[in-house]
Design a protein. Structure first.
Length: 270
């Protein structure tokens, strides 16, 4: 029945990006680049450099028919048109920075509707799992009977990340600037990768950039460099994570009217 509906199991093992051109028409500084299932790739570069265009090429499965002339392969093969433009079996789920609901539904009704459309057998179990994971990501907790139109931006983003990780059949997830969403970023990435998705995220946040397995540097509309995360950078990530935890703790104390009392030199212990 699932096959008749066009809903297939996740069979994407990898995607390959074949180089195109930058805004000047110059060839990008690589030939091809493969991303495997379960990997996180961070995309960095100045504002306006072409990060969103790169994500769009992935989303549309570009076949040398976009301004960058890039070509995207899935499992080493060009993407069939029926998959590129299918509304029911999308290869890509995109989480945009601004996400607002317009449907007059509660959180439970929204998740129930999605679960029924996916014909899951353990419907209530899946709904509760998504709800619990979303509340782990969100700064402020919400209820199953909360109207989705009353969710904050961070709560909406948390709900959609949990829903995408657990219930979406899309094997590729694109994230554009998650740092301003008001959610636990590390838990969000761990959840998505734990479901064996391919995750690509455009970011200006050094913490997120170093959470990836690799990072792509984009400038002037083209990919200039593809870098592996080094051991030194992994150590820097540990320090940044500690600092971020302190900032998050301060933010929560301020939100709930607590007085800040902290010896930074002692807490940081660098």
């Amino acid at each position: 029945m699932l096959e008749l509906l066009g809903i297939n199991e996740n069979t994407v093992e990898d995607i390959t990006i074949i180089s195109g051109i930058n805004k000047k028409g110059e060839k990008e500084k690589f030939d091809s680049f493969k991303i495997k299932k379960g990997e996180i790739i961070s995309i960095v570069g100045p504002t306006g450099s072409g990060k969103s265009r790169f994500l769009a090429d992935i989303e549309w499965g570009a076949q040398e028919d976009t301004p960058t002339k890039r070509k995207i392969l899935v499992n080493g093969e060009p993407i069939d048109k029926t998959l590129r433009f299918s509304s029911g079996n999308k290869l890509v789920a995109q989480l945009s920075q601004n996400m607002n609901f317009v449907m007059d539904l509660t959180v439970f009704e929204f998740l129930e509707l999605h679960a029924k459309s996916r014909m899951v057998e353990n419907e209530n179990e899946v709904i509760n799992k998504i709800f619990e994971k979303a509340n782990e990501l969100a700064g402020e907790k919400f209820l199953l009977n909360t109207p989705i139109t009353s969710l904050s931006g961070g709560q909406s983003r948390a709900l959609m990340i949990a829903d995408t990780a657990i219930l979406s059949t899309s094997p590729i997830v694109l994230i554009d600037e998650i740092e301003n969403a008001g959610i636990d970023r590390k838990k969000a990435l761990d959840l998505l990768v734990g479901e064996e998705k391919i995750v690509l995220m455009a970011t200006h946040d050094p913490l997120l950039a170093l959470m990836g397995d690799k990072r792509i540097i984009i400038n002037n509309g083209g990919i200039e460099k593809i870098m592996n995360i080094t051991d030194d950078e992994k150590n820097i990530l540990k320090d940044l994570t500690r600092l971020d935890n302190i900032i998050q703790d301060m933010r929560n104390k301020l939100r709930y009217g607590e007085k800040l009392e902290l010896n930074l030199n002692k807490e940081l212990n660098f």
